[in-house]
Ligand binder design. Structure first.
Ligand code: ZN
Length: 155
């Protein structure tokens, strides 16, 4: 091979390499986001976060499971709260007192962070923690006393 042809060949190879780089645009390597995988991969798309499609599917299933688990745990606790409110509301003690202490609620298994929504009753300017058809209203801040209301009865 003469020198001229040799040079021409090298230039051709270089051109092919450059063209290839432009057409197959590469992204910086990333770590797979699937829990427990952490393989390094080169994305073929800038938004790719998993090393392979199986890990994308697995990861989305895991996320769904976490959401389902959270929802079912919430439901169990909300039902428990409803049970406690019903039990106290129907007790002779509550019918007489019309108030229940925070301690008794907690003792019976009521969980304050669990409620469906918070509503402000504008008439009395108090917050109502709504759990199913029950509402719990703090009526005495110092003594931490609550009133239980059945919401259908308010409206
Ligand atoms: Zn992976």
């Amino acid at each position: 091979m003469n020198y001229f042809l040799y040079l021409k060949k090298i230039i051709m190879i270089k051109k092919i390499k450059v063209q290839k780089r432009i057409s197959n645009r590469t992204y910086p390597s990333k770590l797979c986001k699937k829990e427990g995988c952490y393989s390094e991969f080169i994305p073929t798309d800038g938004r790719q976060v998993y090393c392979c499609s199986q890990h994308r599917i697995d990861s989305n299933n895991d996320k769904r499971k976490i959401v389902d688990k959270f929802e079912s745990e919430f439901k169990i606790k909300a039902k428990q709260n409803r049970f406690v409110l019903k039990k106290i509301n129907e007790s002779a003690f509550y019918k007489n007192e019309k108030r229940v202490s925070k301690n008794l609620l907690i003792y019976e298994g009521y969980e304050f962070p669990i409620y469906h929504k918070k509503v402000i009753d504008k008439k009395i300017n108090r917050e109502i923690l709504v759990c199913y058809e029950y509402g719990l209203i703090l009526v005495d801040t110092n003594k931490k006393l609550y009133e239980i209301v059945i919401l259908e009865n308010i409206k």
